[in-house]
Design a protein around this ligand. Structure first.
Ligand SMILES: C[S@@+](CC[C@H](N)C(=O)[O-])C[C@H]1O[C@@H](n2cnc3c(N)ncnc32)[C@H](O)[C@@H]1O
Length: 249
């Protein structure tokens, strides 16, 4: 996983900024019933989405949680008093405390399948009966937009996706949650150019292609031969799934 203490400064700008946050927030809100009173945004990062969730509905009380101190500091500046530093594998909240729980761009980061299972179980635990858990799935696949960059990168080594929709749905249903919806949001401004993709390779964003590895340099060289080095290819479209905890009785 990237070191989010180092990512924090440039995080918002490099992940689509407010346009991406706005698109993600709208999609999440469409899946959250108006009657929900408390929402927990797990792995809230800098709070760029969390803040919009909190501002969207006057009756919605939003809490954010994140493990990385530098991300927590930024989120706290946006939402004073509403952010806690916490590990999503062991959430410091009582069972049934929230009407909605969200994980945006968390599950794909996990190396250990047990961590994904534990996080989904924790999100299910802190949901009240009738509450909804909403999460992004299949994050890496979203970046494959069928461009010439994707053709170059197709033979690269890849990890199995920790956030594959089928896997996440399996964990959720084993925790007693029922699939109730799916949606997408556009990664506005996140379409990559060849030049940006080369920079991402050198930053270590492709986990199986570490900076300095000869294979990384080989892919960088092939990307450098593509036309229109500075032209972003199409924006990715990110997938979201919603699961409901059955109402009591
Ligand atoms: C890609 S960022 C997503 C941030 C935010 N949800 C957004 O959409 O902008 C992933 C976040 O997950 C956090 N994170 C990673 N592992 C975590 C864990 N075990 N518990 C809580 N947060 C974690 C990182 O600190 C980082 O802020």
């Amino acid at each position: 996983m990237l070191d989010y203490n180092k990512e924090a400064d440039g995080y918002d700008v490099s992940r689509g900024g407010e346009a991406r946050a706005e698109a993600a927030t709208r999609t999440l809100l469409d899946l959250i019933p108006d009657t929900v009173g408390r929402l927990l945004d797990v792995a809230c990062g800098t709070g760029i989405v969390t803040r919009r969730l909190a501002a969207a509905r006057p009756g919605l009380r939003v809490t954010g949680a994140d493990l990385t101190p530098a991300m927590v500091r930024r989120a706290t500046a946006r939402l004073p008093g509403a952010i806690v530093r916490a590990d999503s594998r062991r959430l410091p909240f009582r069972g049934g405390a929230f009407g909605a729980v969200t994980t945006v761009w968390l599950l794909h980061l996990l190396d250990d399948a047990d961590d994904v299972r534990a996080i989904v179980a924790e999100c299910a635990r802190v949901l009240r009966p009738g509450g909804v858990y909403i999460t992004t799935v299949d994050k890496a696949a979203a970046h494959d937009v069928g461009s010439d960059i994707d053709v170059v990168l197709a033979p690269r080594p890849r990890r199995p996706a920790a956030d594959a929709a089928g896997t996440v749905t399996g964990h959720a249903t084993r925790c007693g949650l029922q699939p109730v919806g799916r949606s997408v949001f556009r990664g506005a401004g996140q379409g990559r150019s060849p030049r940006e993709t080369i920079a991402d390779l050198h930053r270590g964003w492709f986990t199986m292609l570490p900076p300095g590895d000869p294979r990384t340099e080989e892919f960088a060289a092939r990307l450098a031969r593509l036309p229109d080095q500075n032209r972003p290819r199409p924006d990715p479209t990110f997938s979201v799934r919603a699961y409901r905890k059955p109402a009591a009785g």
